[in-house]
Ligand binder design. Sequence first.
Ligand code: ZN
Length: 308
Amino acid sequence: MKKLTILLLVLIIIGCKKQDKIKTIIKETDNYVISINYPITDNKRINKQIKKYVNDEYKNFIKQNNEEKQELNINFKINDDEIIIYSNNNKKSFKYKKEPKTIETYKYISKAKEIDISKKSIALTFDDGPSKYTRKIIDLLNEYNANATFFILGNKVELYNDTLKYMLESGNEIGNHSYNHKWLTHVDEEELLNQINKTQEIIKENLGYEPKVFRPTYGSVSKLMRETINLDIILWNIDTMDWKYKNKNKIINNIMSQIEDGKIILMHDTKKITYETLKQLLPKLKEQGYQFVTVSELKEIKTIREKT
Ligand code: ZN
């Protein structure tokens, strides 16, 4: 038994050098040997739970009155999302969700923009991005004092962080378009909420911004969605078919034949042709007296107009 304890001690010392956030308790009396090892994480809540559990195991062990010399061994294993504490024959899992990293919250200051309530207004919307074309599209919008709403995917937020900051700085709106473009009318409630909430969280964590609008993937809305999602569900009036047409004149003609005050236009900032189309479309619409606003601004304009 002594040999074992020494070996354990050596192992613990070696272990401690690698990972110094381990709490170790070694005790030996005539009646028992105790060797306890448990981690101290950066999550206070889980530290408390583990400490309590270990203390309880310890107390229960001491309480036992056995004839023979007894041994208590407590050790642990850390997985991605849980810490498992092994104590003699027991095993207990503690769900471990890492605390959000403390990143400097990004304060976005959008450039001042004048909105003329009486002017014909349309909302350009871009789905599925950001992508390598997004920054160029924002530049183009800025040239025409235009703003748009970008319905983005949560799994692209970290990769395109700078583009997204630029998007907000330029006065655009960010909307939620799910985490990885799942068909949301084909998933259960848990997955639906997961897709929405994960995206909200990652945007807030990285940009200090909370989307207020949501566009369902494939434009399909369910009753469950209407009941569970706390965001404005935004569809569209004009589908530019930029994902389908290879010819920008075809896309432009399609838009121009349907354009009207108050319309919401669906585009994709993941397509090069969309950028090419916008280069011609923006001056054309501006010439016809349109101003380009976000979907939330369009809603506000409509509300103000109704009141007056
Ligand atoms: Zn989409």
